[in-house]
Design a protein around this ligand. Structure first.
Ligand SMILES: [Zn+2]
Length: 98
């Protein structure tokens, strides 16, 4: 089995597009991704809360990104946040479910 890798990542003010190493192309809404940030901070703590600290975000832009090890991507957002690690599996899954 080959590892899922990002071959190409492009983005504009609202969306990002990932071309995977197996040729599949996925498009993501930046705001949606930002709101779904998987870090503990954004999830609002220890799972007992239903509100997220990202609920109030209205607009977001992507300033940068990097890969973390083999398995995740880390994004730098225009609100200064860069803690969330989005696993490639999760990103790919999102895309398959669109
Ligand atoms: Zn976060």
């Amino acid at each position: 089995m080959q590892f899922l890798k990002v071959k190409k990542l492009e983005h504009d003010d609202t969306h990002m597009r990932i071309t995977w190493n197996d040729g599949k192309v996925c498009s993501y809404d930046l705001l949606e991704l930002r709101k779904d940030c998987p870090c503990a901070n954004c999830r609002g703590g220890h799972g007992t809360h239903t509100t997220r600290t990202t609920d109030n975000i209205q607009t977001i832009r992507l300033l940068g990104w990097k890969t973390v090890g083999r398995y995740a991507l880390q994004f730098t957002w225009s609100d200064g946040h860069d803690l969330g690690m989005y696993t490639m599996d999760n990103l790919r899954e999102r895309c398959e479910n669109q």
